[in-house]
Design a protein around this ligand. Structure first.
Ligand code: AMP
Length: 419
């Protein structure tokens, strides 16, 4: 038997309702805030990620699915979607015309990671990007939308942690201070951190080794080094969040090591997720569009892991079941035509109808099957019904049964549904 590749999984029909529930709410809510959907290719030129995420990042250094195509071009399955969306934004000149561009996406991402609960090689993200303004109100409104999204999904225990990572004005002096600290600690740190200290010391905050995390917890905090402008941006953002009643804590260790990240950096964690407790991450990346060869346009965004969202939905979520409303049973071969015609008429009236042609199989067995399908109503075409141009209607909820002429079926179903 051939199995699905390691780190991937099938989302089976029984689970799909939870995914649709999440995605339907994302579309509806984000569009209420003026976001428009964008769909970019699943693979891109490798250099986009090398430049857009950074050569020294863990993703680019060890997690990408990179291959050469038949013409020798290096392509990569997208490990994240901010760089592709930024690429599309530049390529199609979406910055022309004054104003903001609010974009969102839903789709699979690919990272060669060690699979574990909540961590896959093909996983899905729901993300948004706002281009065109560095006003803290963009950060505040987008965070408010994010928290509303989690609320409409019924996810209660989300904790928002916030930080500012400064900008090119204030980060150099912070970097100096951090580097001085790390040089003292270097000998107690892991090999990866040695590389990070040489390449980009801010990335040491990404280290997962417990001893190194303790060292980083005592490191100088960037928040103490912010220049007046960054401080002002951060304070304003916090006061706007307060005005919107968005609870948050400041986490001075929340640092994104990429050069184009500016100012706002945030994460949402959920207590129920275990070790992989980060539900989403995001921030401001005012340098990205410029670094990718576009104009100097600021950006802000986040990406939520959809697997982790789906896992965190409450049991009570109003997830669509996908069960048919009506199952039609033809007990005789002569009933098959009538069943097909009736099924078509009911579907045209908007009902979900299933017909499984099994004439000759016992009524009892067919009713059991309809029960397994969780149908609300069963329509039975037996010998006498066929003769009389009628159909028996059975309500599965209370077992009530009735017989009506074929042309009355839809009306009777409406009555029985109480609609
Ligand atoms: P990142 O793009 O690394 O900031 O990740 C944003 C969110 O995507 C994380 O908080 C996770 O919820 C999710 N995520 C990232 N990598 C994976 C993965 N390998 N498997 C499942 N979810 C992931």
């Amino acid at each position: 038997m051939i199995e699905a590749p390691k780190g991937t999984r099938d989302i089976l029909p029984a689970e799909i309702g939870r995914w649709r529930f999440v995605e339907d709410r994302a579309h509806a809510l984000f569009e209420r805030y003026g976001f428009r959907e964008i769909r970019t290719p699943l693979f891109e030129r490798t250099e986009l990620f090398a430049r857009g995420i950074g050569e020294g990042s863990d993703i680019v250094a060890k997690e990408m699915y990179t291959f050469t195509d038949r013409k020798g071009r290096s392509l990569t399955l997208r490990p994240e979607n901010t760089a592709p969306v930024a690429r599309a934004f530049i390529e199609h000149g979406l910055y022309r015309g004054a104003g903001l561009q609010r974009l969102y996406y839903i789709g699979p991402m690919f990272r060669y990671e060690r699979p574990q609960k909540g961590r896959m090689r093909q996983f899905h993200q729901i993300g948004v990007e706002v281009f065109g303004s560095d006003h803290p109100a963009v950060d505040a409104e987008t965070l408010e939308m994010l928290m509303s999204f989690l609320r409409v999904l019924g996810i209660e225990s989300a904790a928002l942690r916030l930080n500012s990572v400064g900008d090119p004005v204030c980060r150099p002096s912070y970097r100096e201070a951090l580097l001085a600290y790390l040089k003292e600690q270097r000998n107690s740190m892991c090999e990866d951190c040695h590389r990070r200290i040489a390449d980009n010391p801010l990335r040491c905050f990404d280290c997962k080794v417990p001893a190194d995390r303790d060292i980083m917890a005592r490191a100088p905090a960037i928040i103490d080094f912010l220049c007046a402008e960054c401080r002002g941006h951060f304070d304003r953002l916090r006061s706007l969040l307060q005005a919107l009643d968005i609870a948050h804590t400041v986490d001075p260790r929340l640092v994104r090591g990429l050069d184009y990240y500016r100012r706002t950096s945030f994460e949402v964690t959920l207590s129920g997720l275990g070790a992989q407790n980060a539900l989403l991450g995001g921030g401001r990346y005012d340098g990205l569009i410029h670094d990718l060869g576009g104009p100097d346009v600021p950006g802000f965004g986040f990406a939520v892991g959809e697997e982790r969202l789906v896992m965190s939905l409450p049991e009570t979520a109003a997830v669509p079941s996908g069960a048919p409303e009506v199952v039609i049973l033809a007990l005789e071969e002569e009933g098959v035509v009538g069943a097909l015609v009736l099924a078509r008429a009911l579907r045209r009236a908007g009902r979900r109808v299933v017909f499984e042609p099994q004439p000759g199989r016992s009524l009892k067995a067919q009713l059991r099957r309809a029960g397994d399908l969780e149908a609300r109503f069963v329509l039975i075409l037996g010998e006498s019904e066929i003769r009389e141009g009628a159909v028996a209607i059975k309500s599965m909820a209370d077992g009530a049964q009735d017989r009506v002429p074929l042309e009355r079926v839809e009306a009777r179903l409406r009555e029985m549904s109480g609609a």
